[in-house]
Write a protein that binds this ligand. Structure first.
Ligand code: GLP
Length: 261
């Protein structure tokens, strides 16, 4: 794991966008894992800008989102499919047939989860997975006690997640209480991943995920097992980390980061 601390939200978000840009230019048919949530909105805005102003080309890119609510149609304003359409897919030159999210309306949810796993495997696995972190420590909707080897499946959302995400629903009682999510094991199988966490609200959970024990109570802590995981945070989200000086030293001295300092 590598932890990179940037001065503010904009700088942390820009670094993630530049890393996506680098991967996509190196491999135009990149299999990109995507996330939702407020943290991702500025990242997608930056990728849209890069598409329009710098010619970043998504025409061959394939995407898999981490999760979707159960029971929300793709055109429901609160569905993650709709979120992705609004913030990214409708604003770049991606082929809609290459954009994948679990189908929260599927009649047979177990079959849908198996289909999603098979589709990821057919594409050769996820090259770069983008992740946010929920205040419950989840990645995707892998709520506390999610097995570290879990695969795509349906999950009940935890009370903390229901509280955190209800704010995004105009009528919070309409928020689904279940979702389909890639498993922790699915995420760990990605070839590389980046977790972006911003703001003081995330400081405590970022510290538990990065410096605490690996535990299914904090599914993001499983990323310590990932062979190529970057955690990119702003000063506020980094504020509870004990190893800040060390992480900064690595970033300042690793030749890999020369172009990104
Ligand atoms: C949702 C998503 C997660 C995301 C989290 C963070 O719960 N299912 O994948 O990490 O939101 O949300 P925010 O960026 O709004 O803090």
């Amino acid at each position: 794991m590598e932890v990179i601390i940037k001065p503010d939200r904009a700088a942390a978000t820009l670094l993630v966008a530049r890393l996506v840009d680098r991967e996509l230019r190196a491999n135009p048919s990149l299999v990109l894992g995507l996330a939702t949530g407020r943290t991702m909105e500025a990242l997608y805005a930056e990728l849209v800008r890069m598409h329009h102003e710098d010619g970043l080309d998504f025409s061959l890119c394939r995407t898999f989102n981490l999760d979707e609510y159960e029971g929300l149609a793709p055109d429901d304003p609160n569905s993650y499919r709709h979120f992705m359409h609004r913030h990214l897919f409708s604003k770049i030159n991606i082929d809609r047939r290459n954009t994948h999210l679990p189908d929260g309306m599927a009649r047979d949810l177990d079959a849908e989860c198996a289909r999603y796993e098979a589709l990821i495997a057919d594409c050769g696995g996820i090259d770069l997975q983008i992740l946010g972190i929920g205040v419950a420590g989840h990645i995707g909707f892998n709520e506390p006690l999610s097995a570290l080897r879990s695969r795509t499946r349906e999950k009940a959302l935890s009370p903390l997640t229901l509280k955190q995400n209800a704010a995004l629903f105009s009528d919070p009682v309409q928020m689904p209480t279940r979702g389909i999510t890639m498993g922790v094991g699915t995420i760990l199988d990605s070839h590389s991943c980046i977790l972006l966490a911003l703001g003081r609200d995330k400081a405590a959970i970022v510290a538990r995920a990065v410096e605490g024990p690996i535990t299914s109570m904090v599914s993001a802590s499983a990323l310590q097992l990932h062979a190529k995981c970057r955690v990119i945070v702003d000063e506020e989200a980094a504020s509870a980390l004990e190893g800040q000086a060390y992480y900064r030293w690595i970033f300042d001295n690793e030749p890999e980061w020369d172009a990104f300092r």
